[in-house]
Write a protein that binds this ligand. Structure first.
Ligand SMILES: [Zn+2]
Ligand SMILES: [Zn+2]
Length: 81
């Protein structure tokens, strides 16, 4: 199972509405996830997605390469202390 930065992101990324069927159309669905990107769904007629690089709830980076770099940097900082 895929891991998410926080329970709020997990909830909205995996959100499915039986009533609406289309995730982009459901007003309760606000996060769109594809292979490596996350976006906020704009609920107008365009069904557009605003890509986000950080989680709106916990602030974690949502870019996989950034997550790797951040954990590497923080480990190096700990060694210096
Ligand atoms: Zn999060
Ligand atoms: Zn719905």
């Amino acid at each position: 199972m895929k891991s998410y930065c926080c329970s709020a992101m997990q909830h909205f990324a995996q959100f499915e509405c039986d009533y609406c069927g289309d995730k982009l159309l459901c007003p309760q669905s606000i996060i769109h996830e594809d292979d490596s990107d996350y976006g906020i769904i704009v609920h107008d007629d365009t069904k557009s997605i605003i890509q986000i690089n950080y989680c709106p709830w916990c602030g974690s980076s949502l870019r996989k390469q950034d997550i790797f770099n951040v954990s590497k940097v923080s480990k190096e900082n700990e060694i210096q202390k």
